[in-house]
Design a protein around this ligand. Sequence first.
Ligand SMILES: [Zn+2]
Length: 216
Amino acid sequence: MYLYNIHTHKAGPEEIGGYKVQYILNTSPRDYKEEILASDNIRFSCGVHPWDADNAGDQLARLDEIVGQKQVFAIGETGLDKLKGPDMNVQEQVFRQQIELAISVNKPLIIHCVKAWDLLMALYKEYKSAIPWIIHGYRGNTEQTKQLVRFGFKFSVGEFFNGEAIRYIPLDSLFCETDMSEISICKVYEDISSILGLSFNQFVEIVADNFSIISK
Ligand SMILES: [Zn+2]
């Protein structure tokens, strides 16, 4: 059985506590090298971060070239950030191009969203796509969670989260990550399973099922 770390900036050990670990290692089109042949337990999310959305033409062109490769598991992280990065119009255009690209290759989106929830929901509604939109580093409150759940978003939760709110995330829409943290993915699974009143193993199986559905 595997533990899945759906968003990290650094791949760790192949095995933790008797479980194998599958990493989705985040990179940018600029840093992605064709020669990277991921081992079985490492695949990539590749995308233009909203902070880097200015003059992203070359990066988007590069992303277009590599997006079909098997080791590119998802497009991201991409999204919207009202507190940092270029003008929202610029961020939105770059995000839209990546949404359209993800839809065209039928791969998940890994989303970074800060204080731009209304626009994110509007875009979700507009594109009506079947691909998973996974909000990474999710720590929203209960009200926001209920709203996003109604739309059909998926959620990746890491070291910090709102323990009350995550109970409102359907179990089939939940993933785990470490992002920039030094914490072990095992600890994230432990924390979330205990909040949800599940055994560690039950939760491992749930996330494994969720992963297999989005990686078809
Ligand atoms: Zn990240």
